[in-house]
Design a protein around this ligand. Structure first.
Ligand code: SF4
Length: 466
């Protein structure tokens, strides 16, 4: 057959989005695919699943059924976190050609080429428990991603997996223990990504534990310092990171890098009540989180501060919820991601007593969201008139500041999406007037990566075994 048309659908977090890009890159090289396709005209659909809640699993199943209705001739390869934990269920679904238990781009390529090959339509059995161990390592990134399709901000994945045991989390079950990429490989990938992305987001499943498993051990701060020194073009931003795992040198870097390390932290809180935090099996207390957030805000100054909060966790009382509200009121959050608790089979939380009615969790969520919106608006207007550096977002006419304000762009010409732009915020902090391009990432970081020229997945240095 000619060049196959492939449609990708990603569910879940930035780590999953990164993994999809690795799959896309692998298939473009291995199958000479490169023709973008919609769900309706694709020869192959790659579905990268998420398993954070039962609803996330259900979303993936619904999407597979949708492909079956809209494009019954398409081959369907199901991969990702949910596929790692529920492979048998996916294999039993109509229209599924192959299941890859995890995120290994090579396994997705093998599954895709067999599905599209002469035995078209036959079920390809991929991913035993043994391969799951391997995919856990592969997902960390043995190759180098060159580009995140259609995006100005690149995801730079530095580790995979998690050693914590939060009671509600199935991600760690699907992705295994924390494994760090070698810093040389991360730097090499950052140089390549910087050619097409003026901002790189340092991402993973639990980036605060970066480097602990390396020999010799290292740290996220050491890695970020290297990236700032050796990859001069793009702005760096930390992905979600636990408050208790941000060390003082990282806070100093954020305060003194002149915006190269974006003044923005997304620090999962989950609850502001100690009894709930204990039932969630979180390792920090309300006070530890509070103190760290206030210290960071005092050191960095204008900082975008976000958090995840779960409402209606089993056993959460109205007094617990009030503790969360008061903590949100006190801390300088600029936005929140609030989720009503949704059970996930196989997690400790799914077996806890004291379920909270959905109506109550949703109501608590609404209250927190309204509070967060109010705080965000106040923060933006305090920033009104400030000089900022922004990265363009898609084609929607919005841009993102270092401190994570999404602002409308006021500019006579469409600003170049490949560079950072300097501008001034409007008086209410919701818009930006662009002055001039302030960096040219295309020319500042033209490092050649072996193998990149012919489009091969590149292997730089030895990856530590998982
Ligand atoms: S820290 Fe907790 S919520 Fe985050 S990935 Fe690890 S186990 Fe899941």
């Amino acid at each position: 057959m000619g060049s196959a048309r492939v449609h990708y659908r990603t569910f879940g977090c930035k780590a999953n989005q990164y993994d999809t890009e690795r799959m896309r890159q692998r298939l473009e090289v291995g199958l000479a695919t490169g023709v973008p396709a919609t769900l309706d005209d694709a020869d192959l659909c790659v579905i990268n699943t998420c398993t954070v809640t039962n609803r996330a699993d259900a979303d993936a199943r619904r999407y597979i059924r949708r492909v079956g209705r809209r494009n019954p001739d398409a081959e369907v390869v199901v991969a990702g976190c949910s596929a790692a934990l529920r492979a048998r269920e996916y294999r039993a679904m109509d229209g599924v050609s192959a299941v890859v238990e995890g995120h290994d781009p090579a396994a997705v390529l093998a599954a895709a080429s067999r599905a599209l090959g002469p035995r078209r339509g036959g079920l390809v059995q991929m991913g035993t428990r043994a391969t799951l161990e391997r995919t856990h390592m592969e997902a960390v990134g043995a190759g180098v991603l060159r580009h995140r399709a259609g995006a100005t901000r690149g995801w730079l994945k530095v580790q995979d997996g998690c050693d914590r045991k939060c009671a509600f989390c199935a991600t760690r079950l699907a992705r295994g223990r924390s494994r760090s990429r070698h810093p040389d490989r991360v730097v090499a990938e950052a140089r390549v990504l910087a050619r097409s992305h003026p901002e790189l987001v340092v991402t993973g499943v639990h980036i605060g534990h970066y480097g602990r498993d390396l020999d010799p051990p290292s740290s996220l701060t050491a890695l970020v310092r290297r990236l700032l020194d050796e990859v001069p073009g793009p702005r760096l931003r930390l992905g979600s990171i636990e408050a208790t795992e941000i060390d003082d040198p990282m806070v100093d870097l954020m305060a003194t890098s002149g915006g190269r390390l974006a003044p923005h932290l997304h620090m999962p809180l989950q609850s502001g009540a100690d009894p709930v935090l204990r039932r969630m099996r979180r390792w920090h207390t309300r006070e530890q989180y509070r103190r760290r957030a206030l210290e960071i805000a005092a050191s960095v100054g204008s900082v975008g501060l976000g958090a995840d909060i779960i409402t209606g966790f089993p056993g959460e009382t109205s007094a617990d919820h009030a503790r969360t509200v008061s903590l949100v009121e006190e801390l300088p959050f600029t936005y929140l991601h609030v989720f009503p608790y949704s059970p996930r089979d196989g997690t400790v939380a799914a077996g806890l007593s004291g379920p909270v009615a959905q109506r109550v969790s949703r109501e608590r969520g609404r209250e927190l969201r309204a509070l967060a919106d109010e705080k965000g608006t106040r923060y933006a207007s305090r920033r009104g008139g400030a000089e900022v550096e922004v990265v363009m977002e898609g084609t929607g006419g919005t841009a993102l500041t270092g401190d994570y304000l999404r602002v409308a762009v006021e500019s006579a010409r469409r600003p170049d999406p490949l560079v950072l732009h300097r501008g001034r915020l409007s008086s209410d902090g919701t818009g930006v007037r662009i002055d001039a391009a302030t960096s040219d990432t295309l020319n500042q970081t033209g490092t050649t990566v072996p193998g990149d020229a012919n489009g091969q997945e590149t292997d730089i240095g030895a990856e530590r075994p998982a």
